[in-house]
Write a protein that binds this ligand. Sequence first.
Ligand code: PAF
Length: 282
Amino acid sequence: MRTLREIPPLREALDEFRRRGQRIALVPTMGNLHDGHLALVAEARRRGDVVVATIFVNPLQFGAGEDLDAYPRTLAEDQAKLEAAGCDLLFAPETTTLYPRGLAAQTRVCVPEVSEGLCGGDRPGHFDGVATVVSMLFNLVQPDVACFGEKDYQQLAVIRRLVTDLHLPVEVVGVPIVRAADGLALSSRNGYLDAEQRATAPALYRTLCALRDALEAGGEVAPALDDGLARLRAAGFAPDYLELRDAELGPVTTTTRDAFLLAAARLGPTRLIDNLSLTLPR
Ligand code: PAF
């Protein structure tokens, strides 16, 4: 696997793949790779002839006071994992390579509506930062297909909308959440948890499962969500949100069948997110 840091050699390598008629599958990441990322690479392998991964801790998607500086940077370990997973090319640029004129001067992409509320409500500007860097990576790599995790369900919805609205010729594939044996969704931020918080963390998933069961059995939405918030607080979380939305993240109506429970909750300074699909009864 080659690792490239600069744009001209990346373009050369991609031109060579295209000359050979190879289908390019992209896996954008911020590094500190875990089995959830490797599931993205495995899906990309199935869908493309060559897999291009990117590692870039994107400052544009971190708010003031968030964990940009603390975010784990583990390039050597990540390279070994990607190589073993069958990745062909890694693009790992410096911040100045993607944003040479600085963050304030950077042209940005904004995806209205779907970026609002949920994580977008708690993290103003976050999805503009994601949409900007993903647009840039799509433009640089021009992949046929790109794989993203369903754990960041709102991010996936933002990227799908961006591709539709900008008429980008990329197939966006959502890859199911990978969980630890106790149900906790894998996330690079799980590494921030101390032993006690790590033992508490799966209560987020258990709460979503209990809510799903209640709603699929015909329970009323508002009391079920109140109960879920109470469960999270009792377990030691400070919830940011717990919501039921339709699959496009619109409001649930009497005709909605396929729905999603989405939650973000803090354990100490660590913010965890998770979601679960469910089928509402007729
Ligand atoms: O999900 C992530 O790791 C990041 O938000 C992404 C999509 C790589 C953009 O920086």
